[in-house]
Write a protein that binds this ligand. Structure first.
Ligand SMILES: Nc1ncnc2c1ncn2[C@@H]1O[C@H](COP(=O)(O)OP(=O)(O)OP(=O)(O)O)[C@@H](O)[C@H]1O
Length: 256
């Protein structure tokens, strides 16, 4: 199981500071929710973790190893990212899109093995997308694409799975499926990190929460402790009320 330690991450784009010394602990084999207002730096943090974006300063340790010292291929065996609104592949069969997840595991110029195809099929099954296997990816709906991208990341068999708004485009039942899958993966030892806008999803499905605002981590801890009325009110500029319904602690929000 792989814990992630993020220390002092700085990301800049020209004169703009996007991450301003973000520091956080991500526990191994658990679901961590990254929450915070639009523009807080959630996606940027996930993109730095996966190596898609360079940091100007700071370190990311994966089970004590500096991620910056890993090759791209080794990093891809460790971490997979499902981006929000990933670009649509040009006309390509869904199974082939999922098989792209096997790239870091096969010889550089090798063809897909039977075991790669089996792993991809199992990933499609876990993502609830088996019926899409033979479809042209370009013809899928937003929610269907989201599931296929999740399947591709699962086929990568990462130790750390990063999900940027994984419930985006999904209907309410499909949202619960994906969040339940995150919990199952964590129970299997995968370290799951999900940027979430729905604080009630974070309350219900996360073991750990990282709250970001203006490029910094402003609070971390268990969802019930961290997502207090005061903190949510302050960070989002809303009036927050914690209530219990259906056996769950929930947040009801009003404009400030
Ligand atoms: N290349 C860039 N140039 C300038 N600003 C950028 C660049 N890339 C990102 N930003 C800014 O950095 C901030 C953080 O962006 P990021 O996408 O990480 O936020 P987020 O918390 O994921 O937001 P959202 O909830 O809206 O998805 C935003 O204000 C964004 O406009």
């Amino acid at each position: 199981m792989s814990a992630v330690e993020v220390a002092g991450l700085q990301v800049r784009a020209g004169a703009v500071t996007i991450l301003d010394g973000a520091t956080a602990h991500v526990p191994a084999g658990a679901v961590t929710a990254v929450v915070g207002p639009n523009g807080a730096g959630k996606s940027t943090l996930l993109r730095v973790l996966v190596g898609a974006l360079p940091a100007a300063a700071g370190t990311v340790l994966l089970s004590g190893r500096d991620l910056g010292t890993l090759t791209r291929r080794d990093r891809a065996r460790e971490l997979a990212l499902v981006e929000q609104d990933s670009p649509a592949e040009v006309s390509r069969e869904v199974l082939d899109v999922v098989l792209l997840g096997r790239t870091p595991h096969r010889p550089r110029w090798g063809a897909d093995s039977t075991s790669d195809v089996e792993t991809a099929a199992a990933a499609l099954d876990r993502a609830g997308a088996t019926v899409l296997a033979g479809r042209d990816f370009a013809t899928l709906s937003g929610g269907e694409r989201q599931r296929v991208h999740l399947a591709r990341a699962l086929a990568q068999e990462p130790h750390v799975l990063l999900l940027d708004e994984p419930t985006n485009h999904l209907d309410v039942a499909a949202q619960l499926d994906v969040l339940a899958l995150a919990r199952t993966l964590a129970a299997d030892g995968v370290t799951v990190v999900a940027a979430l806008h729905d604080l009630n999803h974070a309350l219900r499905f996360a073991d750990h929460v990282i709250v970001m605002a203006a490029g910094r981590v402003v609070a971390t801890g268990s969802p019930l402790e961290v997502l207090s009325e005061d903190l949510v009110g302050e960070v989002y500029g809303v009036r927050a009320h914690r209530v219990t319904a259906g056996g769950h602690e929930l947040l009801v929000l009003d404009p400030a």
